[in-house]
Ligand binder design. Structure first.
Ligand code: GLY
Length: 572
């Protein structure tokens, strides 16, 4: 769609400027939180070391896509719970100069041997362990193919150049933060069931990890080196593929060499909508994110959220009623568009949104059972990761990728040093039975060979007057869509700067279970009013981690989500 280009920075300019903009310079006066400023580019990720990798690529003349690909590989090393080469995801790319916005779909696919009832026992009951912690829990990984496609089509640097920092971090090791140590220590019971994972991720003496220790990954460094030298087909047809299939076979899985060989990332047009004069571009199916962000924004557009205000019962009621209607539609209409005709146009039409909005009372919550059936139990997990990059050539990248749960299936590829996803759980194992996020589905998202499982990942780019304005997205399972929605609304409806927008408390309603989930930080008066309207308000832990960028006349402003201790925005 558009050609790769280099960041228009002169080396001299870069050398004269502070490389890390860690001083808190207010961009909108009077706000309590302040984003990190940059004049030429911005990188925001969930890990300090990954942000540094992206920053250095931009400083060395790479563009936003070069930096995004380098970050993708770096996170696979420094944040193995979600950063990955054994999983998949989505990347939205906007090029201001041409006006094109495109996306790379590198979601995993079901192996050719997969079938609709594969996660059910003889009586037709869903066997959760099979779709979550077995070798068959893994879809065919897409990350390497997706990163390579983005780089080849829209980057300006070579694969070995952008992979070099990740290889170095894996080979030389890095100092681990508390989140890294706690994550592995807390997941021992599940991960140590697999010898390969135990050997790669835990110490020989059996002691716990402590923050400040150094973690090295020799096998992963060698794998990354092979990919950097031989290209992405190494992962799908080379020595890495052999290691991967050997591991799958050793654990009794169905994925084959042929499945790997046949995997292809796909470039797709993103979903486009408008909200109060802004253009919103977000990931199309097989992610549900773009469709439902646009659908919910359409339902809200004719109400005065600025007037009712952030965090008021009136605003939260209206937004949650819109959310639950969108999630009800998700359960029926969303799936892989190559297998099921997803009615994107209808779901994102302003007329349909008006119809849904007309069903919402401003005084009273609609019980979810009046919208659809169900009694579901959500599983708590946030372990996807999102990052945003933008440069002054007008390129912006919004990327979300994942292994699904923290550390995916928990099965590491022996001899290649990386974890495999458990993304097959995002299929509907049986119509009406919830997945790990409490989301249900039917025929549209049934398991089929070669099909991509439905996702909620919502990498999003909002443009104003043809210019990149807000680059956002989040991890958070089913909460990804609502987290991203609230960041957009905080900026557009409530005039927040990007740091305030990502820091503000969040809420979530996904139709089933019938509850309005809220983070800490909303007033008890608001909660009482919402309960009075009939909402089942439940206070639960942090939602998402939105690493976002806002671009305006003042320059670039990075908002790193404080919900992750390692979140980091670096400006140039
Ligand atoms: N695995 C979570 C998602 O893709 O939505």
């Amino acid at each position: 769609m558009f050609k790769g280009k280099s960041l228009t920075l002169t080396c001299l300019l870069v050398m004269l400027m502070p490389s890390v903009a860690d001083a808190a310079t207010p961009i909108i006066e009077g706000e309590r939180f302040h984003g990190v400023p940059g004049q030429h580019a911005m990188v925001v990720t969930s890990h300090t070391l990954a942000s540094r990798v992206g920053h250095d690529i931009l400083r060395d003349g790479g563009n936003a896509v070069d930096a995004a690909v380098a970050i993708g590989f770096a996170l696979a090393v420094v944040q193995p719970r979600s950063g990955n080469i054994g999983g998949g995801g989505f990347m939205v790319i906007s090029d201001e100069a041409s006006g094109d916005v495109t996306s790379i779909d590198y979601r995993e696919t079901a192996p050719a041997g997969a079938f609709e009832t594969m996660f059910q026992d003889d009586e037709g009951n869903v066997v959760e362990a099979a779709s979550r912690y077995s070798a068959n829990a893994s879809g065919v990984p897409g990350t390497v193919s997706g990163m390579a496609m983005a780089l080849e089509r829209y980057g300006s640097m070579s694969l070995d150049r952008v992979m070099a920092p990740a290889i170095r971090l894996a080979r030389d090791g890095f100092t681990i933060p508390a989140r890294f140590a706690d994550g592995l220590n807390d997941s021992r019971e599940q991960l140590e069931k697999n010898d390969g994972t135990q050997r790669l991720f835990y110490k020989a003496d059996g002691s716990d990890w402590r923050a400040g220790e150094v973690f090295q990954q020799g096998e992963l460094a060698a794998t990354l080196e092979r990919i950097a030298q031989n290209g992405p087909r190494e992962f799908y047809e080379g020595e890495t593929a052999d290691h991967l299939i050997d591991t799958i076979k050793a654990h009794g899985g169905i994925m084959t060499h042929e499945d790997l060989k046949n995997y292809r990332a796909i470039e797709r047009a993103p979903v486009h909508g408008t909200y109060r004069g802004y253009d919103v571009y977000a990931m199309a199916p097989p992610s549900s994110g773009g469709v439902h962000i646009v659908q919910i924004l359409n339902m809200l557009e004719n109400d005065d959220l600025t007037g009712t205000g952030f965090g008021s019962a009136a605003s939260m009621h209206l937004m949650s009623e819109a959310m639950r209607r969108a999630y009800a539609d998700r359960s029926k209409y969303l799936g892989d568009p190559d297998f099921f005709e997803v009615p994107v146009k209808a779901l994102t039409s302003k007329d349909y949104a008006r119809e849904l909005r007309a069903q919402i009372s401003l005084e009273k919550a609609t019980p979810s059972e009046a919208i659809g059936p169900g009694n579901l139990t959500p599983y708590e997990s946030n372990e996807t990761t999102h990052y945003s990059v933008a440069d002054d050539s007008g390129l912006a990248v919004s990327n979300t990728y994942t292994l699904n749960f923290s550390y995916g299936s928990g099965i590491a590829v022996d001899g290649a040093g990386f974890l495999l996803n458990n993304e097959m759980d995002d299929f509907s194992a049986k119509p009406g039975v919830p997945n790990a996020f409490g989301l249900i589905g039917g025929e549209a998202n049934a398991v089929e060979p070669g099909k991509r499982m439905l996702s909620s990942m919502t990498p999003t780019i909002v443009k104003r007057d043809g210019k990149n304005f807000l680059i956002t997205g989040s991890p958070g399972g089913s909460r990804i869509i609502t987290t991203t929605l609230e960041v957009i609304s905080n900026v557009i409806d409530h005039g927040m700067n990007v740091q305030s927008a990502v820091s503000a408390p969040r809420f979530h309603d996904q139709w089933l279970p019938d509850e309005l989930r809220i983070e800490d930080g909303f007033s008890p008066d608001t909660v009482r009013l919402l309960e009075g309207m009939g909402h089942n308000v439940v206070q639960k832990s942090a939602m998402g981690a939105s690493q976002s960028i806002l671009i305006n006349e003042e320059g670039f402003q990075g908002g790193a989500d404080p919900r992750r201790e390692t979140s980091s925005a670096l400006g140039l």
